[in-house]
Design a protein around this ligand. Sequence first.
Ligand code: AHR
Length: 516
Amino acid sequence: MRRTKLTFLLPLLITGLGLKSFGQSTASITITNDSKDTISRHIYGQFAEHLGRGIYGGFWVDPSLPVKKQDRIRLDVVAALKKIKIPTLRWPGGCFADEYHWRDGIGDRSQRPKMINTNWGGVVEDNSFGTHEFLELCKLLECEPYVSGNVGSGTVQEMSNWVEYLNFDGQSPLTALRTKNGHPKPFNVRFWGVGNESWGCGGSMTAEHYSDEYRRYATFAKDYNNARLKKIACGPSDQDYNWTETCMKNIGNRMWGLSLHYYTIPTGNWGNKGAATGFGEKEYFNTMKNTLFMEELVTKHSAIMDKYDPNKKVALVVDEWGIWTNVEPGTNPGFLFQQNSLRDALIAGTNLNIFNNHCDRVKMAALAQCINVLQALIITDKEKMLLTPTYYVFDMYKVHQNAQYLPIKLNTPDYEFEGKKLPAVNVSASKDAAGKIHITLVNLDAKKDIQVNTELKGMNWKNVTGQILTSANVADINTFEKPNTLIIKGFNGAHNNEGKLALKVPAKSIVALELY
Ligand code: AHR
């Protein structure tokens, strides 16, 4: 929408008008205090699918593994995620959700049926991690569960029963079963996905067919006391604007949110996505171009939603995003395991800035995926645990959660590579409950530092402190042997220059500032 268009597209517009005087490396930012929008904490949500080592070997480990556990839940992982305040965890998929039958995952574990995980490597799913285990994990993480129901291969009754099992606080055969399984009280799950990628792995439906199915499934997914469902419809992939149009027309305010899935593919080619490590500047530049496409997607899908929902009651829920590369050589192609570099961190910082700047419509998001899968926050290997560069970005940005959004106008120089250009700087800002101002800046330019001059209109502040995440090379990674190549460091390069904020944002870095 208007302000975010300005944030990202102004440099391009100015270039187009022939007014560009930026051969320089100076950006200018104006931040105002005139928005009532809040940056929902749920923008910082995560996704955990039964895929590869995401659940099994990630959150849920073998009883013999020598790490601290509650039941089979790994507590070092829980502690790390609590530190960054993850607000929401989406489960059980993904494509897996539309093959998942919840009754297989309750009751005596030794009696639970085994099945094939057809989407992800054809491995055996033993159902040892099911509804109760997931909700116990969410309790430990102090986050809200977001459950994706099965539309593709399930039934209306199956979904309706699952909601009753989770949320009903009265007498029924399902609540008796829940009590028998150790949980007399309802779980009060609010976030409810009605299918996943129903245009693809979730059932290959047309938008018209899906929106009819949504209405049927949603009718029987009931609201119980203390758990009014926030139903999230399967939304478009990428630039499938027709899907958004059809769902808005046919479902409208019967949904709390409409999802959007978009992955950053370095090469733009699903057949050979590019490597997670060891890439050069050309591939880095293309990756960033592809990740910035999120701005256009959010803007255009939001514009369609505005037509049907001008008061912005329906949320855009970007519940799968992140970089998707080729798997690490020698690993199971169905497990989607990839390393995580400074490039991933720059992608995370950029996408989170985009979501913050669209917080009037984007009320929720989920990075794909939390542990050991795609753009993970955490990588584990048996008892070892490693925090990725992406993890540190979520740590730096957590200050924006539930803070007041501060609108921004940005003039940025371009990052130029082999005659192609993209906006070098992106930024978002918020004011927290204590009145502190937080600004997160990303400089995508691989080589140039950028001087940023910022005016904060109508805001009082005297002091500034900062943090930075960067490294010598955009392809640098953390490893079990060298876990601290990319960690958050103090940044003291920002100054109060007669009421204006002045700083130089180093090349290929993410900087978070606190003004007070
Ligand atoms: O995140 C991996 C997969 O990507 C999910 O299962 C699916 O929803 C998407 O296609």
